[in-house]
Design a protein around this ligand. Sequence first.
Ligand SMILES: *Cc1c(COP(=O)(O)O)cnc(C)c1O
Length: 436
Amino acid sequence: MSDATSLAGPRSRRAFAAACQWIPGGVNSPVRAWKRLGGQPLVIAAGRGSRLHDLDGRAYIDYVLSWGPLILGHAHPRVVRALSAAAERGVSFGAPTEAETRLASVLCQALPSMEQVRLVNSGTEACMSALRLARAATGRRLVIKFDGCYHGHADAFLVAAGSGCATLATPDSAGVPPEIAAYTISCPYNDAAAVEAVLARYRREVAAVIVEPVAGNMGLVLPRRGFLEGLRAACTAHGALLIFDEVMTGFRVGWGGWQQLCGVRPDLTCLGKVIGGGLPLAAYGGRRDVMAHLAPLGPCYQAGTLSGNPLAVAAGLATLAVCARAGFYQRLTARLARLLAGLQAAAATTGIALQLAQAGTMWGYFFADAPVTDWASAQRQHEARWRVFVSEMYRRGVYLAPSPYEAAFFSLAHSLADVRATCRAAAEALAAARAV
Ligand SMILES: *Cc1c(COP(=O)(O)O)cnc(C)c1O
C-alpha cells in the first residue's frame, strides 16, 4: 500500500474530523489539507529539534519546518527563553519599543539594499504593502510578476498568466475582480527578455517588477545566470521599481539574502519566515527615498495593530543572533549538500531521474527528466511517482511537503545521523516509486 490514505493514525483522524466541523476544510491554510497527496493530514502534537511529533505518538524528521521559518529547528532553547522573558514584560503595547529598532537595524545592516524597513505580520502583508508603496512612489499602476512565483494572497498577486506573456492577467481565485487582475502582468520565470518587452509595450505604466530571486513556491527553481541582472537593467531603464520577494530566501540562503549572493540591488525587499523565528513577523524595506512615501512621513498608508509585536520581535532577534554566528550558513549548507548527494546516489542506484536543487539551507527535488527552470517545466514532473515517494517517506518517519510545488528546508537541529536516516529511507522509497 503505497498511497497516502493510511498515513494518519486514529487520533489524527479523529482530531481532523473535529477540525472539519468548525474550520473550513479543517485547516487555516489550504496546503495543510493534503489535497495534492491524498489521505488525511497528520495532526501535530509537538516539535523538538529536527523532529515533529503527531498525535499518534509517531516522530518524523521534519523538512517542512513550518514552511521555512524554523532555521534553528523546533523549540530552540534560546528562542523559547527569549519568548518567555518577553511575555513576562507584556505581550503587546501598540507603541514604540527598543527591541523593534534593534531588529530593524539588524535587517538593514544584513541586506545590502535595505536602508529603512517597516515591520508587519505576514509575508502577504509585506508584499501587498510593498506594491502599494511602489505605486505611490512611481504614480503608476501596473505590476509585473512571474508564473509560479507566490507573493501571498493579496488580490494583485492571485492572477494567472494570460494567453501570451505580454497580455494582462486573469484572476486565479474566485473573489478577485477582473478589473484588479488587469493591473497585473505575469511573465515566465527566468525570461528577462519577456519583461523587457512588456516594459517597452506599457511605457511609463509599470510601477514594479516583483520576483522571488530564487523561486521556492513551484518547487525550488534557481534563477538563470543573467536573469536578475536583466530585470535590474530593464527596471532602471523604464523607471519601474524592482522588488525582491525574499520572504523565503531572506536569512535562509545566507545572512544577506539572495541579493547578497547575486550582487543585484533591488529597490524594495520583502522579508518574512526566518526573521520571525516561527512567530508572525514579516517586513518590507529598501531605498530611503522610496520608504519616505509611507505614512506618517508621506501619503501612502499602511498600519498594523500588532506590527512589531514584542513576542515576534523577541523570537526574531533570538533566531538571527544564532544565525549570525561565524560559519552558521556554511555549516548548514555543507551538511545539506551531503543529504542531496545521498539522495542523488540513491536515485542513480534505482535508475530514477531526480532533479535536485539547493540554495543555502533550502532545497528541492523534482521527479523530472530535464532540469526545471520555470512553471511550465515544473508541471512536467512525474506527480504519481512523487506521491508514492512522499507517502513511503512518511511511512519511514520523514516529513516532506504534501505538495510537489514546495521547497524543502534544513535546520541547525538536523544532524548527520538525521541525514543518514533520511538517505536510507529515500533509497527504499525510491525503489517503491520506481514501479510507478
Ligand atoms: C511564504 C511566502 C509569502 C507569504 O507569506 P505569508 O506569511 O504566508 O503570508 C510571500 N512570498 C514568498 C516568496 C513566500 O515564500
